[in-house]
Design a protein around this ligand. Structure first.
Ligand code: CP3
Length: 353
């Protein structure tokens, strides 16, 4: 049975004693104990594929800090890898596929039938975590949005200008839709598999939707996220599983994003949460501290900024509920763990008054 969770209560606008907080990439390289386990595993991908070690790493930030939620340790790119693309993570360079998708035949060759069989190790990690986590700490499962996965699959890795992606969007829209449709089917199966394995919330990371024009964002990113949310079985053991949508750079499209019907909308750091609440009248909000401040600022600057966000939210919302504190993007590797602890404790303490 699941005990009262501040994270879930805030999503459903119930009374809460403090603003809940978790941080994107809360398990990662800024923690020395993470680097140790990753080295023991041999590589980042081997770590993701080892349920015992992935469980251990998910729990590391929860042992150190008073976090209100855990996020499954994995990566969005395990989905294209399970579809047959060979993946490597190169130190200081990021992810690299050995080839990229460039033809219709490449799309046809992607195997989505066995996706959940290939990703069984993720479901095993979720089951381990559900047996390990205290009953008031929910587990967040996730996937990349179809568009963000498409970016990596077409570019073969990280990209500066997304030349190949934009060439496809502007000159081969039908083929792009064919690939996005295939990815969407895989993501729906994968997230439904995560829900069946026990996650308490799911999040879609649309890290690159913000590179698009308004029109292309709707057609190639938003519509597919909408499709996913409408096709998920968002219930487990009689509980509704909330969905979170986060488009980095999506502040200008919040009204459109809210039409999808997700239960939480993620904010990066560029929009004032007060203005976001004027556009999104009731859906819960998640964010929106600048991760670069957490990596570069001192305790005073971090405190002032966290205070500003909490004050802005409370001024317009009249209650602290409906907000989950987070960063506007993932924690950077050079972040001082003491500053992370300070932020979490400060958010709890300040919001409870
Ligand atoms: O948040 C968590 O603690 C859960 C784990 C998680 C990781 N990646 C672990 C990871 C989650 C939720 C992700 C999501 C992810 N992965 C996204 C969406 C969010 C975002 O950051 O925009 C994206 C775009 C990826 C793809 C990816 N994975 C990139 C571009 C990189 C390299 C850049 C980087 O930050 O290192 C990764 C590697 C990665 N994913 C690491 C971790 C802990 C670092 C790997 C290492 O240990 O060397």
């Amino acid at each position: 049975m699941f005990n009262k969770s501040t994270f879930l209560d805030s999503i459903w606008h119930k009374n809460i004693g403090h603003t809940p907080i978790w941080l994107m990439r809360q398990a990662g390289r800024y923690l020395p104990e993470y680097r140790e386990v990753r080295n023991k595993a041999g590589s980042f991908l081997k770590l993701c594929k080892n349920p015992d070690l992935a469980t251990e790493v998910t729990m590391q930030p929860l042992h150190r800090f008073d976090l209100d939620a855990a996020i499954l340790f994995s990566d969005i790119l395990v989905v294209p890898e399970a579809m047959g693309m060979k993946l490597d993570f190169i130190e200081n360079e990021g992810p690299k596929f050995d080839t990229q998708i460039s033809t219709t035949k490449d799309i046809d060759n992607l195997n989505i039938e066995e996706i959940n069989h290939k990703l069984e190790y993720v479901f095993q990690t979720i089951k381990n975590l559900k047996a390990t986590l205290p009953s008031n700490i929910p587990l967040i499962g996730f996937s990349g949005s179809p568009f963000t996965l498409l970016c990596y699959m077409l570019e073969g890795g990280a990209s500066k200008n997304y030349l190949t992606v934009k060439h496809w969007l502007y000159t081969k829209p039908e083929l792009t839709h064919k690939l996005l449709t295939k990815i969407t089917i895989a993501v729906v199966d994968y997230l439904n598999g995560q829900i069946k394995s026990g996650v308490n919330a799911i999040m879609l990371f649309d890290s690159w939707g913000g590179i698009l024009t308004d029109d292309l964002y709707t057609k190639f990113s938003l519509n597919y996220m909408n499709d996913i949310i409408s096709r998920l079985q968002l219930e487990y053991n009689g509980h509704v599983i909330p969905s979170i949508i986060f488009t980095k750079g999506g502040g200008i499209w919040l009204d459109k994003i809210d039409t999808i019907g997700a239960d939480v909308i993620g904010l990066d750091w560029t929009i004032n949460i007060k203005d976001a609440r004027k556009i999104i009248r009731s859906t819960a909000l998640q964010g929106n501290l600048d991760p670069v401040l957490l990596a570069s600022g001192n305790i005073n600057a971090i405190k002032n900024e966290a205070k500003r966000i909490l004050d802005n939210y409370r001024q317009i919302n009249n209650s602290i509920s409906g907000h989950i504190f987070n960063l506007g993007h993932g924690i950077l590797p050079m972040t001082n763990p003491d500053h992370v602890k300070f932020l979490i404790d400060f958010v709890h303490e300040y919001s409870s008054n």
